[in-house]
Design a protein around this ligand. Structure first.
Ligand code: NAD
Ligand code: SSN
Length: 492
């Protein structure tokens, strides 16, 4: 199977979306979007020039002048409408996502629902942007604060959640009254273009949401343009830590506000007293969501010695049940990876681990009969802290299992990393749960579940996993600035 049949073929767009129009690019360069499952071309898109990117930024700035004055209730209605349209078109949107990303249709459908829920959530939050009244030291004065939209925002998004990562940024920024330019990953731009198509149908005013296009090779130039543009007041980036650091350096010349949703190295800790079947099922869900290409995927699994052997056995059985194939086909539990580089990283981590003494429980490996981006998941046990798989995010289908004895020991291991995005704890003991939750150095801790993300919860990391919070009651703050107004000499 290659090309999916869509109820609404118009959702496939092949032009950038700028200032409410499908923009005729004059660029002489193009890039191809490839179906990672079949390695066939989906579409060829313009690789936009710096002048065109600058034009999109200019239009977003123009639009901001009027959009910032819009009524929160109107913005709420537009956002709610977009949520509804996404759900009406869920089947098509999921197919487009699977086609360009390779994840299976069930995961893609889940992602569309999840992405839409950010529009629903921020439709409500748009109306809840509050300020304070403050009594300063001079009793004759009164201070009030209110939050204003920061301005034009650049959104830089990765391949792994082509719809949800953009939605998680667009929804709060639009709710706050900002205008945006989104640059999707060059490998997965169609989902963002489909989102722009639906945003237009939802009535988003022209210029408030723009999508520009760039190949992977051309992307650093667009990134630089975003960072150095004085018109852009904030950048929200989701991707790896090294690229996040580069964007921070580049943004220093314009002193931009930044949100950085960066790489992780999530541990799952399973204590002897955990509900073992639940822990196995949820660890599988966390580890192999989108075949391990999720920033909050378990990268390290620490299992207490009393249940280690049993856990390894049960976990292995479940992994052997996976059905790998083209994500668009029925019954497939796991699709393919995004590209060959992703597989190479998994192979390097296995080689290093086995070389240092890890034992293979499930020998995965390439599946050339299915295609060059298919890889059967691997499981290794007796992993130790020196192994690369423990130090770096694999971002692929390799489960690394380690044995631990005490909670103090495992806590040290978990925190021995520059990253701090998500952690998972499985235990039935409240004291253990509290101890771990409090001392794990991560922005998010999930207890007795492997799937926890939700529009209502604050998503984000600490340490080199970045800063800023997406979703939740805090998510809109990243797109606003606090203004303090002092009313003087009140008691004249
Ligand atoms: N914390 C989060 O919310 C979150 C969510 C998803 C993914 N991630 C992280 O993203 C990484 C996986 O994605 P990746 O491998 O594509 O990451 P990456 O950093 O290589 O790329 C992310 C995006 O940034 C673009 N990019 C690369 N160089 C750039 C530059 N100089 N200027 C502007 N854009 C540039 C890429 O083309 C891509 O679209 C993992 O580390 C994962 O943990 C984090
Ligand atoms: O990859 C990161 C995002 C995953 C999520 O929000 O559930």
């Amino acid at each position: 199977m290659s090309k999916p049949t869509l109820n609404n073929p118009d959702l496939i767009r092949t032009k950038p979306y700028i200032n409410g129009e499908w923009f005729e690019s004059k660029s002489t360069k193009t890039f191809k979007v490839i179906d990672p499952a079949t390695e066939t071309e989906i579409v060829e898109l313009p690789d936009q020039t710096p002048e065109e990117i600058a034009f999109a930024i200019e239009k977003a700035e123009e639009a901001f002048k009027t959009f910032k004055k819009t009524n929160a209730y109107d913005r709420a209605r537009w956002l709610r409408k977009l949520n509804d349209l996404m759900l009406e078109n869920i089947e098509d949107l999921a197919k487009i996502l699977t086609w360009e990303n390779g994840k299976c249709l069930t995961d893609a459908t889940g992602e569309i629902k999840y992405a839409a829920s950010y529009f629903e959530w921020f439709a409500e939050e748009a109306k809840r942007i509050y300020g304070n009244t403050i009594q300063p030291s001079n009793n004759n004065n009164k201070v009030i604060t209110y939050k204003q939209p920061i301005g034009v925002v650049g959104l830089l998004c990765p391949f792994n959640f082509p719809t949800a990562m953009g939605a998680r940024k667009l929804a709060p920024s639009f709710a706050a009254g900002c205008t945006t330019i989104l640059k999707p990953d060059g490998q997965t731009p169609l989902s963002s273009l489909a989102l722009a198509y639906l945003a237009e149908k939802a009535g988003f005013p022209k210029g408030t949401f723009n999508v520009v296009l760039a190949s992977t090779e051309n992307t650093p130039k667009v990134g630089l343009e975003f960072c150095e543009s004085p018109r852009i007041k904030k950048i929200s980036f989701t991707g790896s830590t090294p690229v996040g650091k580069l964007l921070m350096r580049q943004s220093s010349s314009t002193l931009k506000k930044l949100s950085m949703e960066l790489g992780g190295n999530a541990p799952i800790i399973i204590f002897d007293d955990a509900d073992l079947d639940l822990a196995v099922e949820q660890s599988i869900a966390s580890k192999f969501r989108s075949l391990g290409q999720t920033c909050v995927c378990a990268n390290r699994l620490y299992i207490q010695s009393g249940v280690y052997d049993k856990f390894c056995e049960k976990f292995t059985e479940k992994v052997k049940e996976f059905k790998i194939g083209n994500g668009l086909e029925k019954g497939i539990t796991h699709g393919c990876l995004i590209n060959d580089k992703a597989i190479t990283k998994v192979e390097e981590h296995i080689k290093d681990a086995v070389g240092k003494g890890a034992k293979v429980l499930v020998e995965g490996g390439r599946l050339p009969n299915l295609g060059k981006n298919f890889y059967a998941p691997s499981v290794v046990k007796d992993v130790t802290q020196e192994m690369v798989v423990v130090k770096e995010e694999t971002f692929g289908p390799l489960a690394a299992l380690s044995k631990f004895d005490t909670k103090e020991q495992v806590l040290d291991w978990c925190n021995d990393t520059p990253y701090g995005l998500a952690s998972y704890v499985f235990s039935e003991n409240l004291n253990t749960i509290w101890f771990m939750s409090e001392y794990l150095e991560s922005g998010m801790v999930a207890v007795n579940t492997g799937l926890f993300t939700d529009a209502a919860m604050p998503f984000g990391g600490v340490k080199e996993s970045g800063f800023g919070r997406e979703g939740s009651l805090y998510g809109i703050d990243d797109y606003t600035v606090v203004k303090a107004i002092t009313l003087g000499n009140m008691y004249r």
